[in-house]
Write a protein that binds this ligand. Structure first.
Ligand code: MF3
Ligand code: CO
Ligand code: CO
Length: 302
């Protein structure tokens, strides 16, 4: 999702300065988690993550988790079936049509269709396209790298995941970018457990990407999901250990690092959606929807 100021949180949801901190530090809120709250209210346009106490809607009920698990299973099923349908000569519109029809045949709705005016059922992002590529009648070519980002709404619940697909033989550099991006997602997931923070995820991803000479896109972040397409919290793929909101059992969010072979700035094409690398270098992305469990993580789209 695009980074933007978080929706306002009801005042009654805010911690008071002298309350014991909800993060379990034993300190008062004003000594522990107030800083993020203050910076948000002073700079509403900042993409920085809010660090106030999470609203109750961030913690899913068992019934919601069950519904989201089913939506995620359908999303995974679709991504698993795509390799048989993707090859040089296939158009991204053909992929879009298949995803649409399969989703509907399974009693679900493709979440991207008409979402904020998005015209298709799936995002298809080729080569230097970072995310939100719009399916079209252009045929895929040998050597290209493609991200397909599928989101299903099933019984009102959302499952969001994306993978890379390689068209024929790709360059060693493209292969390396795709491998490292997949590793970035796995390293981010490995940070997910109660007691850790959103910043731990971004730190692990950024460190790995930059150690390989790649860069982390700043303009789009992971996000809470499940009951709406995009919920709090934002989950940047860069950051510092111990920063940002704490990870709590029964939160559900995505991690979806976009890693560029060159520099991280992006540009949006005139269609208002397609994000491309400003320097024209390749970009890759993998995404999973995750549930924080009592002692770790369940990859709902895995
Ligand atoms: N699936 C994307 C994400 O991971 C969002 C796509 S929004 C759309 O958050 F409108 F482009 F479909
Ligand atoms: Co997402
Ligand atoms: Co997605």
């Amino acid at each position: 999702m695009k980074t933007k100021p978080n929706p306002a949180v009801a005042t009654s949801d805010r911690p008071r300065r002298n309350d014991p901190c909800w993060g379990g530090s034993g300190k008062k809120v004003k000594k522990c988690h107030m800083l993020g709250d203050r910076s948000e209210s002073q700079d509403a346009a900042s993409p920085r993550v809010r660090t106030g106490r999470p609203s109750n809607s961030l913690i899913k009920t068992p019934a919601q988790i069950e519904g989201i698990r089913r939506a995620c299973a359908l999303t995974r099923d679709i991504l698993e079936q795509l390799p048989q349908r993707i090859a040089a000569g296939v158009t991204t519109n053909e992929i879009d049509r298949w995803v649409h029809d399969y989703t509907v045949a399974h009693g679900a709705v493709p979440s991207p269709l008409n979402y904020k005016g998005f015209p298709k059922s799936v995002c298809t992002s080729i080569n230097e396209v970072v995310c939100h590529g719009i399916p079209e009648d252009r045929a895929l070519k040998d050597g290209e790298i493609l991200n397909v980002d599928v989101t299903c709404t099933l019984d009102g619940y959302f499952g969001d995941s994306s993978r890379m697909y390689l068209i024929g033989a790709v360059s060693p550099e493209a292969q390396r970018l795709v491998n490292v991006t997949r590793e970035c997602l796995d390293l981010g997931i490995a940070q997910v457990r109660p007691g850790n923070f959103v910043g731990d995820i971004g730190h692990a991803i950024q460190t790995h990407a930059e150690n390989h000479g790649f860069s982390v896109v700043r303009d789009f972040v992971g996000h809470g999901t499940g009951v709406s397409f995009h919920e709090e919290p934002q989950v940047p793929h860069f950051g510092r250990k111990g920063q940002g909101p704490p990870l709590l059992e029964r939160m559900i969010f995505t991690i979806e690092p976009m890693i560029n072979a060159g520099d991280w700035p992006v540009r949006i094409l005139d269609d208002g959606w397609t994000a491309v690398t400003a320097d024209g270098t390749l970009s890759a992305q993998f995404e999973h929807t995750l549930l924080v469990t009592a002692d770790g993580v369940e990859v709902l789209t895995g």
